[in-house]
Design a protein around this ligand. Structure first.
Ligand code: NAD
Length: 498
């Protein structure tokens, strides 16, 4: 059986731990390969390689670093079909969606191509007599990224694209569920001209993560995954003196005002709630129609729409979405559906027990729709991360807006309305990090920045955009004066600019 090796110093390296993780094909339910799971020592070997490589890389001028990024972008485009096929076979999302995953990462690489401009510092001439002050951004050294299964191309590129352009060396610890695309990305970076050792991929589980969190030469850790693990990574990483950004889970609400364009709303919710089988942190799994008429129309039209969805294997070009990532995850989602029923929500469409003819062992689950969900229900309070849409009815905008504001997660939220003033007020006041106005999945473009609030993100600095550059660099400020021949009097007071 194929095994997925580590990637250290520009070449694949077989692991020595004797421990492996299974990689499934979710469409068939079969184990298609195994991934090496690193030991603490293997992680340390990769860090030593990265420390050595980082010195030369940070001394390479930013324009040359940008050229590697330009070349990498071209290689991503040239290899898009191959990457998407691998991604779909390990994740289960349909091919077109895998291409979207790669494309969103590629857009961060395009942003990173502008690194010479992004790293320009600040300069004040004549801050005092003959004194100039300037500040520069310098790389941190070796930094690490720990990524989830649901975007195995985009999220690694959010991190290493910016970090490497800034002059750091990078250790990537991808999800063990779909690790082949991250490995291919590292190979393509080498092909693009990145010096060996600047980007290393170490596969693994908790052992590798703990080794990252405690290694003294890793200066910063970027994490994306579920909230409990994000909190663990944030607490332990910062306790060990590292800079940490740790993005967590989500439960995004879409508020539907009575004046919304209902045709568009139905189209948006079917894609945003069920696309990628709901396995997106910016999915829209909660609909909040305002007023009884809006709610009745939404539920009846959504029920009809759900009936038209086609679930298929990841290579089925007609399918709207594919299987979920594992049988354990399917079981978890089905348990949440049972919980919703037990808690008294109305199950309008039940996706449990969905079987695809010819692929009976695949991890499929049908689209599920609940009406009359209430905020006290546990199935509402927690992240389901599956093709399940929950309708929570609200009397007015105030009540509707309080739901996402009070929820433990605060990743994304959307409002659907034709009333600009209501939308503006809502966007300004809602206690959530990313807001869509008639936009169901408000994932910011690469040159803005991505990050939620509350239990959706721990740490203060977001992913990509100018915030990404800030995360992966530290500021140094110089105050300079050149001898002019005049000698100042001795002074024992703090210098001021009187
Ligand atoms: P996960 O938390 O299970 O895994 C994420 C990473 O943590 C993986 O690399 C995994 O190997 C590692 N990990 C798992 N268990 C660990 C442990 N006990 N100790 C240390 N490390 C551990 O998440 P997932 O299932 O791969 O991804 C789905 C989750 O990610 C969802 O909650 C989703 O909302 C979230 N997510 C969030 C964002 C965001 O930006 N906020 C984006 C994508 C996904």
């Amino acid at each position: 059986m194929r095994t997925v090796p580590h990637y250290i110093s520009g070449k694949t390296v077989e692991g020595q731990s004797g421990r492996f993780g299974d990689i499934y094909n979710p469409s068939t339910g079969e184990v298609q390969a195994q991934v090496q799971l690193a030991t603490q020592d293997e992680l340390s070997e990769a860090v030593a390689v990265a420390v050595a490589a980082q010195q030369g890389w940070s001394a390479t001028n930013p324009q040359r670093r940008a050229r590697v990024m330009f070349k990498f972008k071209e290689l991503l485009e040239a290899n898009m079909d191959e990457l998407a096929a691998i991604l779909s076979s390990e994740h289960g999302k349909v091919i077109a969606d895998s291409k979207g995953d790669i494309q969103r990462g590629l857009e961060v690489i395009e942003f990173a191509c502008g690194i010479p401009h992004l790293l320009k510092g600040e300069y004040t001439e004549g801050a005092g007599p003959g004194i100039d002050v300037f500040s520069v951004r310098q790389p941190l050294g070796v930094v690490a990224g720990i990524t989830p299964f649901n975007f195995p191309a985009m999220i690694p590129m959010w991190m290493f694209g910016v970090a490497i352009a800034c002059g750091n060396a990078f250790i990537l610890k991808p999800s063990e569920k779909d690790p082949t695309v991250p490995l291919r990305l590292a190979e393509l970076m080498t092909e693009a001209g990145l010096p060996n050792g600047v980007l290393n991929v170490v596969h693994g589980d908790k052992t590798a993560v703990d080794a990252i969190l405690t290694h003294p030469d890793i200066k910063a850790v970027s994490f994306v995954g579920s909230s409990d693990i994000a909190h663990y990574v944030y607490s332990n990483g910062t306790a060990n003196g590292k800079r940490v950004q740790a993005m967590g889970g989500a439960k995004n609400h879409g508020i539907i005002m009575p004046d919304a364009d209902m045709d568009q709303v139905i189209a948006d919710f079917s894609g945003a709630a069920y696309g990628s089988a709901g396995e997106r942190c910016m999915a829209l799994p909660v609909a909040v129609p305002v007023g009884k008429d809006t709610a009745d129309e939404f539920v009846s039209r959504m029920k009809e729409e759900v009936g038209k969805l086609k679930i298929g294997i990841s290579t089925d070009a007609e399918a709207h979405y594919g299987p979920v990532v594992s049988s354990a995850h399917r079981e978890k989602i089905e348990n949440y559906i049972k919980m919703g029923v037990d808690e008294g929500a109305d199950l309008v469409v039940d996706g449990r027990g969905h079987s695809l003819q010819g692929h009976e062992n695949g991890f499929f689950i049908g689209p599920t729709l609940f009406d009359n969900v209430t905020p006290d229900m546990q199935s509402y309070q927690e992240e389901i991360f599956g093709p399940v849409l929950q309708v929570v009815r609200a009397e007015n905008l105030e009540e509707a807006a309080s739901l996402p504001s009070r929820h433990q997660y605060g990743n994304g939220v959307a409002i659907f309305t034709r009333n600009g003033l209501a939308a503006r007020e809502f966007a300004s006041k809602v206690n959530v990090g990313m807001v869509g106005i008639n936009v169901p999945i408000p994932v910011p473009v690469a040159y803005h920045t991505f990050g939620g609030w509350k239990r959706s993100a721990f740490g203060d600095v977001n992913q990509h955009g100018p915030e990404g550059v800030r995360f992966y660099t530290k500021v140094k400020t110089m105050t300079q004066r050149w001898p002019s021949g005049d000698v100042d009097d001795q002074s024992f007071i703090i210098p001021t600019m009187q």
